[in-house]
Design a protein around this ligand. Sequence first.
Ligand code: CA
Length: 418
Amino acid sequence: MRISARRRLPAAIAAVAVGIGAATVAVLAPGSDASAASGCQVAYRVNQWSGGFVAYVDVTAGTSPVHGWTVTWTYSAGQQITSSWSAQVSQSGSAVTATSMSYNADLAAGATTEFGVQGTSGASNPVPTDLAVTGSGCAGTGTPSTTPSPSRSASPSPTPSRSASVSPTPSRSPSPSPTVTPPTSPPPAGCGSATVCDGFENQAAGTPSGDWAISYPNCSGSSTATIDTTTAHSGGKSLRVNGAAGYCNHIFVGPTRSLTGIGPVWYARFYVRHTTALPAAHVAFAAMRDAADGGNDLRMGGQNGALQWNRQSDDATLPEQSPTGVSLSVPLPTNQWTCVEFMVNGTAGTMQTWVNGTDVAGLHEDGTPTQDVDRQWLSRANWRPQLTDFRLGWEAYGDGADTLWYDDVALGATRIGC
Ligand code: CA
């Protein structure tokens, strides 16, 4: 058994090294000798591009079941983790600690679970060489032994194109059908009974005013928001946001009227046209304050090139940012008006999202945890949002600048449609 366990390692390395720009390191931990056969293993593989990376970490139980695990490593070149999935990940300086979630803490003997991180890197992105895994069932006390990444170079070979950088999403349709029907009726059609039903036609060019107000929740920088009289989904005006990268360049514009009359179930519909494809890094273009979550934002935006929801208070994402999860979402098409609709049910604690009228599976939180989709989101028990405001704009937590237009915004208690 111990022989087969040791022989399995190179095969595992070969199996997990993927794609251009990928590098892998695997370790037995603890101990590198015969005792390793009963210990846990951890393997780390990375897909990288200029300035960023996604890393996938596999934790495999040894000959005993595992009940709770912790993986640690150290980055040697200033890599900074910006998000994670399927583990509680923290970084202090160069040291990273990842701890199992409730749903993947228990591993049967020989079983493997995967978690992941996304981060930024400098000119080089060497894989960590001190990976270690500890946990109940990961028997032994020896020092973890690193198996150097075999022939695969740990030095970066950045993928040349942005499209390669979103390689975690191979199965995603490259271009959602641009099936938005050109507007045929006065703006904004079909939302007259909604609490908000506004196509910005009553706004004067320049700074939003009256029914709309700009906000910078925590700090302000170089982004701008204006009423644009040259681009519109319908009518002759829209809201234009020039969004810059970096958190403090965030800017939002929201209705000034009270939204409490909508009740616990919100339906929103807006049209958005943007210029730059959603980046690999995390961005948001809509935010709603959740009074049931300490006033933190419920955010709609993107990551890994596809639409996602994000919960500010614990950084949970919908879908999970695993390759499968990302593939169940869709990109936000550029240079065309796209109809985005969502439902947030504060009574049931569920969410649903439509793009151009079609339900997006990865953006549908139905209350039943599904791996790659809403399992991470539902790891918080009894999530019951109480939304108090609605803002459109731009917020980038790292990289990512974009120019966006919004039009025909509607908020109400029933679905509005495109
Ligand atoms: Ca308009």
